[in-house]
Design a protein around this ligand. Structure first.
Ligand code: MG
Length: 378
């Protein structure tokens, strides 16, 4: 039976990989809507190749460019943040949530109200609004499938019975072999040169600081309902093992796969079945060794800060995410050196109030406060 799919954040690396998987299986999926922030040409091309019903840009001023690009195709066109939320609210069997940053939160919530399954690659909404997202899933009987490769890996070996801990692996990013001194003045180009994954700019910088792994620990905390001390991180430069689950009897189940997002995407798109993908395959004979190291908190303090934010509560997680988004943007724009990113995170955490953050409005207000606190110091 044909599955209807919506892709939120369709022109990013995950969105494009999802489009590739969908296009490789003609007749299996029918695309309801594709959305993007501002890339009219990229979105139009994708909407046509996937024969999508609707294409939507978040930036309202890009409406005409998208309309021109899709003239005569019969594909519905809209633009603006509300239009993205409306597209997310169209009924779909599965929604791929792959918007970058907290901007994905409201569309995700709308998708959860309607869709039967959401596959989440966009970790920031879970980090900042995990309890709200999970409550909405329970209320609407929505299935959440993790698309983040580590979480998707853990999901595939996860069983609550006798579970002692899970492990998320990290490649170590482009600076794993670098000294703190060398890292302090790393350029955006160097930070974007990830050794194992081809990804968007935000997540590539997050991998370089390891803030990405901090966000992933928070994400796992919500997705798997585990306390922080049961969520481990290991540096694994070969990126063959993506996630592990350790059980009471000593068994450790590890998920292995290629460094190719098309594998977790295909897993989610076909779940609970399996489907082939046009992606790379893992060939273990290509590896002479698989290494695992504990994280180096001295050179990569952002990971430890993530655990601290989790211990401090939901407001600190919102602030961590907001401060990090601002800092990464400033670093990519050449406004601050690499070493300043962690100091921005610290300033965001200091500005975070304590107390509940239990509505979307409260989360967005707190997010704005943390962003402002960091921006003022740049
Ligand atoms: Mg990941």
């Amino acid at each position: 039976m044909t599955r209807t799919v919506t892709i939120l954040g369709a022109t990013g690396s995950v969105g494009r990989a999802a489009a590739d998987v969908i296009a490789s299986a003609p007749g299996r999926f029918s695309v309801q809507a594709v959305t993007a922030r501002r890339d009219a040409g990229g979105l139009a091309a994708m909407a046509m190749s996937l024969n999508a019903q609707r294409a939507v840009l978040a930036e309202a001023e890009r409406y005409q460019a998208l309309k021109d690009a899709l003239a005569g195709t019969g594909i519905e066109v809209a633009a603006g943040p509300e239009a993205v939320e409306q597209a997310a609210a169209l009924p779909a069997d599965i929604t791929i949530a792959a918007i970058v940053g907290l901007a994905g939160l409201r569309p995700l919530m709308r998708a959860m109200e309607q869709g039967r399954t959401v596959a989440i690659a966009n970790k920031e909404p879970l980090v900042a609004a995990g309890p709200l997202v999970l409550a909405a899933a329970r209320r609407h009987n929505t299935t959440i499938l993790p698309l983040d490769s580590e979480h998707n890996g853990v999901f595939q070996v996860f069983d609550k019975k006798g579970l002692e801990r899970i492990t998320l692996t990290a490649s170590g990013g482009p600076f794993w072999g670098w000294s703190a001194k060398k890292m302090a003045n790393a350029t955006p180009e160097e930070a974007l040169a990830h050794p194992k994954w081809r990804m968007g700019a935000k997540i590539s910088v997050d991998s370089a600081t390891m803030a990405n792994k901090a966000l992933e620990v928070m994400e796992a905390y919500h997705l798997f309902g585990l306390p922080a001390h049961k969520i481990d991180v290991l540096i694994h430069p070969q990126s063959v093992v993506h996630g592990m689950a350790e059980y009471a009897d000593g068994s450790v189940l590890a998920h292995m796969g290629p460094n190719d997002m098309r594998t977790p995407i295909a897993h989610a798109l076909a779940w609970p079945d399996r489907m082939p993908t046009p992606g790379r395959r893992l060939c273990l004979r290509d590896f002479t060794n698989l290494e695992f190291f504990p994280p180096d908190h001295a050179r990569f303090p952002a990971l430890q800060r993530g655990y601290e934010a989790l211990a401090a509560g939901p407001a600190a997680c919102v602030a961590f995410n907001a401060a990090n988004e601002v800092a990464v943007g400033a670093f990519l724009a050449g406004r601050i050196p690499f070493s300043e990113i962690i100091r921005c995170i610290d300033r965001g955490l200091e500005a975070a109030p304590t107390g509940p953050v239990d509505t979307l409005d409260a989360i967005e207000a707190l997010d704005a406060t943390a962003r402002k606190a960091v921006e003022e110091t740049l």
